[in-house]
Design a protein. Structure first.
Length: 79
């Protein structure tokens, strides 16, 4: 579909609108910033645990994943 970014697990492919992919990239970048920030803007460990299904020890893994997805989305929408 022109003007879209494809996402899929390898079996099937779903598409989202280009503008939605841009917005999602922005959200992921901001989420990453809040995960690595110092001070009152930082997402707390209990909040990260909630985002990770109750597993607080996954903060670093989650932060890395958010950063990787943000960069992949940015790359996809810049084409």
């Amino acid at each position: 579909m022109p003007g879209s970014t494809t996402l899929g697990p390898g079996h099937g492919v779903d598409a989202i609108e280009h503008s939605d992919a841009q917005r999602l990239a922005s959200v992921m970048k901001e989420l990453h910033r809040l995960l690595v920030a110092a001070g009152p803007d930082r997402i707390t460990d209990p909040q990260v645990a909630e985002l990770c299904g109750g597993e607080a020890h996954r903060r670093e893994e989650f932060t890395d994943w958010v950063d990787r997805v943000a960069h992949q989305l940015e790359k996809a929408v810049s084409r």
